[in-house]
Design a protein around this ligand. Structure first.
Ligand code: HEC
Ligand code: HEC
Ligand code: HEC
Ligand code: HEC
Ligand code: HEC
Length: 249
């Protein structure tokens, strides 16, 4: 049987099974129910959570609600679907504020390993005053910060009133601008190496860049400025070298 026929038969079989058996379990009851427009008036909070999630980086990456919350998305009824989901106030909940770094770290372990070295993490553990992953990245509308919106993520705690290092905001902006600049060279390099059929040549530039994003999460603002300068110089040199090669002797 050729490939086309085989897949045509498979498709027929898949379409027939639910029709012959009992009602098919929902593929994703969390989404089906939570996205319901009736929540716009009945439960604004639930409605907003879904709107935030929809189209987020995690949604685009194919995650489902159960990847973070647990529960059973094959159950259509609310109570059965919610089985095992604890309220956030429960210390066992994956979203109790102290557990959030570990919940995110299940998939972002390399970031977590750096974050636990930071004063932010120490403050979160000891005083409950430090930022967790979602303070900076948002819970459902996961954002990556650029220098222009960094203030929102930091100014709640670092400002003249709290007297807690208000200067870190300007420093963070400067570092992020440098990272964005370096990322521009990285994108240019990627475009070049893809156009000459050597995408593997990107390895070094990618590794250097990824390493800085990880290091960022230690919040070591003594070492981060010089390291971001080194990264920028490195990527600029790689970019210029690649373009010299292109022109040839
Ligand atoms: C049939 C509808 C329905 C289904 C199916 C459903 N939910 Fe819900 N969910 C709700 C409603 C309504 C609320 C608001 C509860 C309230 O305000 O008391 C809610 C609340 C929540 C909350 C907030 C905490 C809580 O318990 O109030 C979370 C987290 C949640 N749902 C996750 C999920 C996940 C994950 C799934 C799939 C495994 C899911 N839901 C399936 C209707 C549903
Ligand atoms: C990447 C992990 C992640 C995924 C995937 C995720 N959530 Fe959440 N969700 C969170 C976090 C973190 C919070 C805590 C928010 C806070 O503390 O403000 C949360 C909170 C919630 C709440 C409010 C909880 C409460 O107790 O009031 C609801 C409702 C909710 N999520 C529904 C969903 C639904 C529905 C989906 C799928 C469409 C989903 N979440 C997917 C991480 C996630
Ligand atoms: C079940 C696995 C999983 C969990 C749990 C998870 N993530 Fe992600 N996350 C991903 C994947 C997959 C991507 C998209 C690919 C990538 O950029 O690595 C992603 C991307 C991201 C990005 C980059 C977004 C972008 O636009 O580039 C951030 C920031 C992020 N996650 C933060 C979080 C935070 C904060 C939590 C905890 C609330 C969390 N993640 C929990 C899997 C996960
Ligand atoms: C105090 C704020 C802050 C905290 C806390 C924080 N991050 Fe970040 N995170 C950032 C900033 C700023 C960046 C750099 C954005 C960039 O790459 O331009 C970043 C980058 C990332 C990225 C890479 C995004 C990309 O694709 O470039 C991921 C993934 C991520 N963080 C996950 C996490 C996780 C998981 C935690 C908790 C363990 C966490 N972050 C805690 C501010 C924070
Ligand atoms: C929820 C509150 C909170 C948020 C939000 C927050 N911080 Fe902090 N930050 C703290 C606390 C608390 C300390 C510890 C102060 C001390 O040492 O007593 C701290 C310390 C720091 C330090 C010093 C670290 C060291 O090792 O000395 C830097 C740098 C820093 N924060 C940068 C940032 C940046 C940049 C952002 C935004 C992306 C941010 N913080 C967001 C609460 C916060």
């Amino acid at each position: 049987m050729n490939g086309f026929l085989r897949s045509a038969c498979l498709m027929t079989a898949v379409l027939l099974i639910p029709a012959l058996g009992a009602a098919a379990p929902p593929v994703d009851s969390c989404r089906d129910c939570h996205k319901d427009e009736r929540f716009r008036v009945q439960n604004k909070k639930i409605y907003d959570y879904y709107q935030d999630w929809s189209g987020s980086a995690h949604d685009r990456a194919g995650l489902s609600c159960t990847d973070c919350h647990g529960g059973d998305k094959a159950q259509a009824e609310q109570a059965a679907a919610h089985a095992g989901i604890l309220p956030q106030s429960d210390p066992q909940s994956p979203f109790h504020y102290k557990n959030i770094p570990r919940t995110c770290g299940r998939c972002h372990d390399a970031v977590l390993q750096r974050f636990v070295k930071s004063r932010h993490y120490a403050q979160l553990e000891s005083a409950g005053r430090g930022p967790s992953c979602i303070t900076c990245h948002g819970a459902l509308d996961t954002k990556v910060y650029s220098s222009s919106i960094i203030e929102r993520a930091c100014a709640g705690c670092h400002n003249a009133k709290t007297k807690n290092r208000p200067e870190v905001i300007a420093q963070a902006k400067e570092i992020l601008e440098r990272l964005n600049h370096a990322n521009g060279y990285r994108r240019g390099l990627k475009f070049y190496y893809e156009s000459v059929g050597k995408p593997q040549a990107m390895k070094k530039a990618d590794a250097s860049y990824d390493d800085i994003v990880l290091f960022w999460h230690e919040f070591d603002f003594k070492r981060l400025p010089p390291r971001s300068q080194e990264l920028l110089a490195e990527l600029k040199a790689l970019y210029n070298a690649a373009h010299k090669d292109r022109k040839g002797p």
